[in-house]
Design a protein around this ligand. Structure first.
Ligand SMILES: C[S@@+](CC[C@H](N)C(=O)[O-])C[C@H]1O[C@@H](n2cnc3c(N)ncnc32)[C@H](O)[C@@H]1O
Length: 181
């Protein structure tokens, strides 16, 4: 059978095995895990032992969190997710914006971080934060349930950035926003 010449490259492409999504290298940065995604090395996860550093007062001057929260234009009643919430630095700043009819899902893979959030919720009597224990490749959010997802200082730590991003997009309501800081 004669195959039209234009089809030949397409047929070859279809037969090429898919390139692996991730690459491992033995030589790598000491702060990285030796796993690379799109040429970038994935960072080690910041341990919960360093949670105090996330709450340092200088952060106000360095990062202007109030400006960030204002720019999100959150509305009462919205459901927002703070992925890689850590000690809840941003979750607690978003909670008053969505009010008692809304909620902040504070997702982290370290139960110790979620315990810190629960402790602070008790102390400050904040009730509209829901700590969620995520998995390294799944934020454990129901499909089409969230108006906005915030990620601050976390994407570089995702050991499975492709799977996390796919799952986060599925969790967004139609028109929902994914915010990368
Ligand atoms: C550097 S801290 C930033 C915490 C917080 N976003 C902040 O700005 O204060 C990164 C956090 O992301 C969490 N993390 C890393 N990979 C994660 C994943 N796949 N899903 C959820 N959290 C993750 C870590 O456990 C850690 O608490």
């Amino acid at each position: 059978m004669m195959v039209p010449s234009l089809l030949i490259p397409l047929l070859l492409l279809a037969q090429t095995p898919e390139k692996p999504r991730y690459e491992t290298r033995t030589e790598h940065d000491r702060d990285g895990i030796g796993k690379f995604y799109m040429g970038r090395e994935i960072a080690q996860v910041m341990g919960h032992e360093g949670a105090g550093w996330l709450e340092r007062p200088e952060r106000e001057k360095e990062e202007h969190p109030a400006r960030l929260i204002a720019a999100l234009k959150l509305k009462p009643g919205q459901v927002v997710a703070d992925i890689g919430a850590g000690s809840g630095y941003h979750a607690f700043r978003m909670a008053p914006r969505v009010g008692p009819k809304g909620k902040v899902l504070a997702v982290d893979i370290q139960p110790e971080m979620l315990a810190l959030i629960r402790e602070k919720m008790k102390k400050t009597k904040v009730e509209n934060i829901e700590p969620v224990l995520g998995k390294i490749d799944d934020p454990k959010l129901p499909a089409e349930s969230v108006d906005l997802i915030l990620m601050v200082d976390v994407y570089h730590e995702f050991s499975h950035p492709y799977e996390m991003t796919t799952a986060m997009l599925k969790a967004l309501k139609p028109g929902g926003r994914l915010v990368f800081v």
